[in-house]
Ligand binder design. Structure first.
Ligand code: G1P
Length: 292
Protein backbone atom coordinates (compact mmCIF):
# COMPACT_ATOMS: atom_id res chain seq x y z
CA UNK A 1 0.00 0.00 0.00
CA UNK A 2 1.24 3.49 -0.80
CA UNK A 3 2.11 5.74 2.17
CA UNK A 4 -0.35 8.36 3.45
CA UNK A 5 0.45 12.07 3.15
CA UNK A 6 0.89 13.29 6.76
CA UNK A 7 3.37 16.14 6.45
CA UNK A 8 3.27 19.53 4.77
CA UNK A 9 5.78 22.28 4.07
CA UNK A 10 4.66 25.90 3.84
CA UNK A 11 7.25 28.19 2.23
CA UNK A 12 6.78 31.63 3.79
CA UNK A 13 10.25 33.17 3.68
CA UNK A 14 9.94 35.44 0.61
CA UNK A 15 10.29 39.21 0.96
CA UNK A 16 6.94 40.09 -0.56
CA UNK A 17 8.36 42.82 -2.77
CA UNK A 18 5.04 43.13 -4.67
CA UNK A 19 3.49 44.40 -1.45
CA UNK A 20 5.94 46.99 -0.12
CA UNK A 21 6.03 48.98 2.11
CA UNK A 22 3.68 46.90 4.33
CA UNK A 23 5.65 43.68 3.73
CA UNK A 24 8.93 45.16 5.04
CA UNK A 25 8.22 44.37 8.70
CA UNK A 26 4.84 42.59 8.49
CA UNK A 27 5.00 39.17 6.79
CA UNK A 28 2.59 39.14 3.84
CA UNK A 29 1.40 35.76 5.17
CA UNK A 30 0.21 37.59 8.32
CA UNK A 31 -2.02 40.04 6.46
CA UNK A 32 -5.66 39.56 7.45
CA UNK A 33 -8.49 38.20 5.36
CA UNK A 34 -11.29 39.61 7.50
CA UNK A 35 -10.20 38.36 10.96
CA UNK A 36 -7.60 35.67 10.28
CA UNK A 37 -4.12 35.93 8.78
CA UNK A 38 -3.68 34.36 5.36
CA UNK A 39 -1.36 31.67 6.71
CA UNK A 40 -4.04 30.46 9.12
CA UNK A 41 -6.32 29.66 6.17
CA UNK A 42 -3.41 27.77 4.60
CA UNK A 43 -2.72 25.77 7.80
CA UNK A 44 -6.46 25.05 8.12
CA UNK A 45 -6.54 23.69 4.56
CA UNK A 46 -3.61 21.40 5.37
CA UNK A 47 -5.29 20.15 8.56
CA UNK A 48 -8.63 19.61 6.77
CA UNK A 49 -6.64 17.54 4.24
CA UNK A 50 -5.40 15.14 6.93
CA UNK A 51 -1.99 16.74 7.53
CA UNK A 52 -0.83 16.43 11.14
CA UNK A 53 2.72 17.80 10.90
CA UNK A 54 3.69 21.12 9.35
CA UNK A 55 7.01 22.78 8.65
CA UNK A 56 6.89 26.51 7.91
CA UNK A 57 9.95 27.93 6.14
CA UNK A 58 10.58 31.45 7.45
CA UNK A 59 13.25 34.15 7.37
CA UNK A 60 14.05 37.49 8.99
CA UNK A 61 11.01 39.62 9.87
CA UNK A 62 8.72 36.57 9.76
CA UNK A 63 8.70 35.83 13.48
CA UNK A 64 5.09 37.02 13.82
CA UNK A 65 4.09 33.75 12.11
CA UNK A 66 5.60 31.74 14.98
CA UNK A 67 3.99 33.96 17.60
CA UNK A 68 0.60 33.59 15.93
CA UNK A 69 0.47 29.82 16.37
CA UNK A 70 2.18 29.69 19.78
CA UNK A 71 0.19 29.91 23.06
CA UNK A 72 0.69 33.06 25.16
CA UNK A 73 -0.17 32.06 28.72
CA UNK A 74 -0.70 35.60 30.09
CA UNK A 75 -3.20 36.33 27.31
CA UNK A 76 -5.09 33.10 28.00
CA UNK A 77 -5.17 33.85 31.75
CA UNK A 78 -6.56 37.31 31.02
CA UNK A 79 -9.29 35.99 28.70
CA UNK A 80 -10.17 33.40 31.34
CA UNK A 81 -10.35 36.03 34.10
CA UNK A 82 -12.63 38.19 31.93
CA UNK A 83 -14.89 35.25 31.08
CA UNK A 84 -14.10 35.54 27.32
CA UNK A 85 -14.63 31.80 26.83
CA UNK A 86 -15.42 31.97 23.11
CA UNK A 87 -12.20 33.87 22.26
CA UNK A 88 -10.22 31.49 24.46
CA UNK A 89 -11.69 28.43 22.73
CA UNK A 90 -10.98 29.91 19.27
CA UNK A 91 -7.36 30.59 20.22
CA UNK A 92 -6.82 27.18 21.77
CA UNK A 93 -8.31 25.36 18.78
CA UNK A 94 -6.07 27.32 16.44
CA UNK A 95 -2.96 26.64 18.54
CA UNK A 96 -3.58 22.89 18.76
CA UNK A 97 -4.61 22.21 15.13
CA UNK A 98 -1.36 20.49 14.19
CA UNK A 99 2.27 20.14 15.20
CA UNK A 100 3.95 23.17 13.64
CA UNK A 101 7.71 23.40 13.22
CA UNK A 102 9.83 26.19 11.75
CA UNK A 103 13.04 26.36 9.79
CA UNK A 104 14.99 29.36 8.50
CA UNK A 105 15.89 29.87 4.87
CA UNK A 106 18.95 32.10 5.27
CA UNK A 107 19.08 33.44 1.69
CA UNK A 108 16.27 33.88 -0.84
CA UNK A 109 17.36 31.18 -3.28
CA UNK A 110 13.94 30.41 -4.79
CA UNK A 111 11.07 28.01 -4.11
CA UNK A 112 13.24 24.97 -4.84
CA UNK A 113 15.83 26.17 -2.31
CA UNK A 114 13.12 26.67 0.34
CA UNK A 115 11.85 23.10 -0.20
CA UNK A 116 15.38 21.70 0.06
CA UNK A 117 15.56 23.05 3.65
CA UNK A 118 12.66 20.69 4.50
CA UNK A 119 14.60 17.56 3.54
CA UNK A 120 15.62 16.35 7.03
CA UNK A 121 12.18 17.08 8.47
CA UNK A 122 10.25 15.35 5.70
CA UNK A 123 12.44 12.24 5.42
CA UNK A 124 11.31 9.48 3.06
CA UNK A 125 7.56 10.07 2.76
CA UNK A 126 5.38 12.02 0.33
CA UNK A 127 4.55 15.54 1.54
CA UNK A 128 2.32 18.45 0.63
CA UNK A 129 3.56 21.93 -0.27
CA UNK A 130 1.18 24.85 0.24
CA UNK A 131 2.43 28.31 -0.70
CA UNK A 132 1.91 30.49 2.36
CA UNK A 133 0.66 33.56 0.49
CA UNK A 134 -2.16 31.85 -1.41
CA UNK A 135 -5.56 30.70 -0.19
CA UNK A 136 -7.33 28.12 -2.34
CA UNK A 137 -11.03 27.51 -1.85
CA UNK A 138 -13.15 24.72 -3.33
CA UNK A 139 -16.91 24.41 -3.82
CA UNK A 140 -16.92 21.51 -1.34
CA UNK A 141 -15.00 22.62 1.81
CA UNK A 142 -14.67 18.98 2.92
CA UNK A 143 -12.49 18.33 -0.18
CA UNK A 144 -9.67 20.90 -0.10
CA UNK A 145 -7.31 20.86 -3.06
CA UNK A 146 -4.46 19.47 -0.95
CA UNK A 147 -6.69 16.49 -0.01
CA UNK A 148 -7.54 15.90 -3.68
CA UNK A 149 -3.83 15.93 -4.59
CA UNK A 150 -3.03 13.59 -1.68
CA UNK A 151 -5.72 11.18 -2.97
CA UNK A 152 -4.01 11.12 -6.36
CA UNK A 153 -0.59 10.40 -4.86
CA UNK A 154 -1.94 7.81 -2.39
CA UNK A 155 -3.55 6.01 -5.36
CA UNK A 156 -1.00 6.40 -8.16
CA UNK A 157 2.26 7.22 -6.31
CA UNK A 158 4.61 9.88 -7.71
CA UNK A 159 3.70 13.56 -7.31
CA UNK A 160 0.73 15.81 -8.11
CA UNK A 161 0.12 19.52 -8.66
CA UNK A 162 -2.99 21.70 -8.67
CA UNK A 163 -3.75 23.35 -12.01
CA UNK A 164 -5.83 26.24 -13.23
CA UNK A 165 -6.29 27.39 -16.80
CA UNK A 166 -4.92 30.91 -17.31
CA UNK A 167 -5.21 33.30 -20.28
CA UNK A 168 -2.33 33.13 -22.77
CA UNK A 169 -0.88 36.50 -21.75
CA UNK A 170 -0.41 35.19 -18.18
CA UNK A 171 1.40 31.88 -18.86
CA UNK A 172 4.78 33.58 -18.33
CA UNK A 173 3.92 34.14 -14.64
CA UNK A 174 3.51 30.45 -13.77
CA UNK A 175 4.84 26.91 -13.99
CA UNK A 176 3.00 25.47 -17.01
CA UNK A 177 2.27 21.77 -17.41
CA UNK A 178 1.57 19.80 -20.59
CA UNK A 179 0.40 16.19 -20.97
CA UNK A 180 -2.53 13.84 -21.61
CA UNK A 181 -5.84 13.93 -19.82
CA UNK A 182 -6.26 10.38 -18.41
CA UNK A 183 -9.48 11.00 -16.45
CA UNK A 184 -11.72 14.08 -16.20
CA UNK A 185 -9.50 16.88 -14.86
CA UNK A 186 -6.46 14.58 -14.32
CA UNK A 187 -3.46 15.13 -16.59
CA UNK A 188 -0.48 12.82 -16.80
CA UNK A 189 2.39 15.26 -17.29
CA UNK A 190 4.95 14.99 -20.05
CA UNK A 191 6.19 18.60 -19.95
CA UNK A 192 6.64 21.09 -17.16
CA UNK A 193 8.17 24.53 -17.78
CA UNK A 194 8.69 27.44 -15.37
CA UNK A 195 7.36 30.78 -16.62
CA UNK A 196 7.57 30.07 -20.38
CA UNK A 197 7.01 32.65 -23.11
CA UNK A 198 3.48 32.16 -24.51
CA UNK A 199 4.85 30.70 -27.78
CA UNK A 200 6.87 28.09 -25.85
CA UNK A 201 4.15 27.10 -23.36
CA UNK A 202 2.96 23.47 -23.66
CA UNK A 203 -0.55 24.50 -22.54
CA UNK A 204 -2.31 27.18 -20.51
CA UNK A 205 -2.51 24.98 -17.40
CA UNK A 206 -0.74 26.84 -14.60
CA UNK A 207 0.49 25.38 -11.32
CA UNK A 208 -1.55 26.89 -8.60
CA UNK A 209 0.23 27.05 -5.21
CA UNK A 210 -0.46 23.44 -4.10
CA UNK A 211 1.66 20.31 -4.58
CA UNK A 212 2.04 16.83 -3.15
CA UNK A 213 5.59 15.70 -3.79
CA UNK A 214 7.44 12.42 -3.72
CA UNK A 215 10.48 12.49 -1.38
CA UNK A 216 12.56 11.69 -4.49
CA UNK A 217 12.26 15.41 -5.30
CA UNK A 218 15.11 16.23 -2.89
CA UNK A 219 17.74 14.33 -4.92
CA UNK A 220 16.57 16.18 -8.05
CA UNK A 221 16.60 19.57 -6.31
CA UNK A 222 20.21 18.92 -5.31
CA UNK A 223 21.35 18.40 -8.89
CA UNK A 224 19.12 21.00 -10.56
CA UNK A 225 20.99 24.11 -11.76
CA UNK A 226 19.62 27.59 -11.08
CA UNK A 227 16.81 28.45 -13.48
CA UNK A 228 14.50 31.42 -14.15
CA UNK A 229 15.50 34.54 -12.22
CA UNK A 230 18.78 32.90 -11.13
CA UNK A 231 16.82 30.88 -8.55
CA UNK A 232 16.51 27.16 -7.84
CA UNK A 233 13.11 26.38 -9.36
CA UNK A 234 10.91 23.62 -7.96
CA UNK A 235 9.38 23.26 -11.45
CA UNK A 236 12.79 22.39 -12.98
CA UNK A 237 13.45 19.70 -10.34
CA UNK A 238 9.96 18.28 -10.90
CA UNK A 239 10.53 18.19 -14.66
CA UNK A 240 13.66 16.13 -13.96
CA UNK A 241 11.83 13.82 -11.48
CA UNK A 242 9.02 13.36 -14.04
CA UNK A 243 11.39 11.23 -16.14
CA UNK A 244 11.53 8.65 -13.30
CA UNK A 245 8.18 8.88 -11.53
CA UNK A 246 4.63 9.87 -12.48
CA UNK A 247 3.55 13.48 -12.17
CA UNK A 248 -0.17 14.20 -12.31
CA UNK A 249 -1.84 17.57 -12.68
CA UNK A 250 -5.30 18.12 -11.26
CA UNK A 251 -7.48 20.79 -12.85
CA UNK A 252 -9.53 21.63 -9.77
CA UNK A 253 -12.83 23.42 -9.38
CA UNK A 254 -12.27 26.36 -7.09
CA UNK A 255 -10.72 29.75 -6.57
CA UNK A 256 -7.17 30.84 -5.92
CA UNK A 257 -6.62 33.98 -3.84
CA UNK A 258 -3.00 35.07 -4.21
CA UNK A 259 -2.61 37.79 -1.62
CA UNK A 260 1.01 38.63 -2.48
CA UNK A 261 -0.12 41.68 -4.47
CA UNK A 262 -2.34 44.63 -3.66
CA UNK A 263 -5.24 44.13 -6.05
CA UNK A 264 -5.73 40.43 -5.36
CA UNK A 265 -5.42 41.05 -1.61
CA UNK A 266 -8.29 43.56 -1.69
CA UNK A 267 -10.37 41.25 -3.90
CA UNK A 268 -9.75 38.35 -1.50
CA UNK A 269 -10.83 40.44 1.49
CA UNK A 270 -14.06 41.35 -0.28
CA UNK A 271 -14.62 37.69 -1.18
CA UNK A 272 -14.24 36.52 2.44
CA UNK A 273 -16.16 39.47 3.88
CA UNK A 274 -19.09 38.71 1.57
CA UNK A 275 -19.05 35.11 2.80
CA UNK A 276 -19.01 36.13 6.47
CA UNK A 277 -22.53 35.86 7.94
CA UNK A 278 -22.04 38.86 10.31
CA UNK A 279 -20.60 41.12 7.60
CA UNK A 280 -22.25 40.16 4.30
CA UNK A 281 -25.20 42.53 4.33
CA UNK A 282 -23.33 45.55 5.66
CA UNK A 283 -20.54 45.07 3.09
CA UNK A 284 -23.03 44.66 0.23
CA UNK A 285 -24.79 47.87 1.30
CA UNK A 286 -21.47 49.71 1.62
CA UNK A 287 -20.29 48.57 -1.82
CA UNK A 288 -23.55 49.76 -3.38
CA UNK A 289 -23.06 53.22 -1.82
CA UNK A 290 -19.45 53.36 -2.94
CA UNK A 291 -20.19 52.63 -6.60
CA UNK A 292 -23.37 54.69 -6.92
C1 G1P B 1 5.73 29.96 -7.99
C2 G1P B 1 6.15 28.76 -8.88
C3 G1P B 1 5.29 28.70 -10.13
C4 G1P B 1 3.82 28.65 -9.73
C5 G1P B 1 3.48 29.89 -8.86
C6 G1P B 1 2.03 29.90 -8.38
O1 G1P B 1 6.06 31.15 -8.68
O2 G1P B 1 7.52 28.89 -9.20
O3 G1P B 1 5.63 27.54 -10.87
O4 G1P B 1 2.99 28.62 -10.89
O5 G1P B 1 4.34 29.91 -7.71
O6 G1P B 1 1.75 28.77 -7.64
P1 G1P B 1 6.14 32.59 -7.95
O7 G1P B 1 4.73 33.09 -7.87
O8 G1P B 1 6.75 32.35 -6.61
O9 G1P B 1 6.98 33.43 -8.84
Amino acid sequence: MLPKVRKAVIPAAGFGTRFLPISKAVPKEMLPLVDKPVIQYVVEEAVASGITDLLIVISRSKRAIEEHFHPIHELEAELEAKGRTEDLTTLRQMQSMARIHYIWQPKMGGLGDAILYARDHVGAEPFAVLLGDTVVTTGDPSRPVTRQLADLVETHGGSAVALQQVPEEKVSRYGILGGQEIAPGVIRATQFVEKPRPEEAPSRLAVSARYVLSPAIFAHLEKTPKGKGGELQLTDAMASLMKEEALHGLRYEGQRHDIGNKLDFIKANLHFALQHPDLREAIQAHLRTLVS
